[in-house]
Design a protein around this ligand. Sequence first.
Ligand SMILES: Cc1ncc(COP(=O)(O)O)c(C=O)c1O
Length: 390
Amino acid sequence: VIPYGRQDINESDIEAVVTVLKSPFLTQGPEVPKFESTFAEFVGAGYGTATNSATSALHLVCLSLGIGPGDTVWVPAISFVATANCILYCGATVDFVDVESETALISVESLRIKLAEAKGKNSLPKAVIIVSFAGASPDMELIYQLAKEYDVKIIEDASHAVGASYPNGSKVGSCDFSEATVFSFHPVKIMTTGEGGMVVTNDVEVHKKIYRLRSHGITRSPIEMSSNLGPWYYEQIDLGFNYRMTDIQAALGSSQLLRVPEFIKRRRVLADLYFQKLAGTGLGLPDYNQLNLSSWHLFVVRIGEDAGISREQVIERLSIAGYGTNVHYIPIYRHPYYRRQVVDKDFRLEGAESYFSRALTLPLHTKLENRDLEKICRTIFESQGFQSIF
Ligand SMILES: Cc1ncc(COP(=O)(O)O)c(C=O)c1O
């Protein structure tokens, strides 16, 4: 089966990992700081901290911004659960903002209305997490302006968006419009370290806090310690975690990062081919204006009543033909945990529900051949009898 997404590992990637395996340091050696600085430079941010996942990176960002009990943080209703879970880890409250029913990006209009209402009720959130869904960012400039008006912090969950850009030409990760941005290096994403994540920020104080919390809250910096008993000395000054990335992963990350421009180029070619092949078919397509901005982590179509075929039929046809699909994502508030602990049992947001009832992710990754993509498009619309000739 050709999956909806997968990693792309070449000989240089393997060599980079093997070199670390033969070196004195498997972790806490030179590879992690090297990866952090090259990644930060790549996206145009001041500081990078590598972590063992984007989930832990999100947790650290929330803590470093002082999010805790009594605070509320808003997230778009459509995302992977980790976007919201990180808030609960801090003991804070989660609330959901509706998304655009065609793109699953946060609805700026819903955000504007919700902020105005919250101000009236004196219940503004401390922060809003904005997701670059499928690799595309919403209008961050507008969102950031709005957030500043209400003194609300913006965190970007750009797990899908390594290599993506904003319309102003900056890379996602430049933190032009946020306090900090998080990326994921899970194998299904744009580039991989096996498991892994990265936080980038331009705020040195936020960076220092994240850096410390990643490794137990320990510091060796003389200015942060209450005393200094020698070169071996360190102090734990916060309650942190072991969220560290290994040197093995970082070496893979540095090697993969060199390949990101090539990955993005290929993904954009494939996305463009989907646009051509699926134009006029009755399927809802992503926003074509994102062609040269999005990283195209996912290619999500919407299969509505006017498509002449149901989502279940498409999933089945593609599965028989050997192609994997997926639904990204179930609205977070629909998960039993969230229904039990966070929202009322009949809580729903119309944009998120409309999107969720129609969305389907088609295969898109650098190993996908043009002829596979063409076959995927043919398979969706062919009659059952015709299918057997492939
Ligand atoms: C939007 C989003 N946020 C966060 C995560 C968590 O990433 P990780 O698996 O690196 O913890 C994911 C992973 O799927 C994601 O898609």
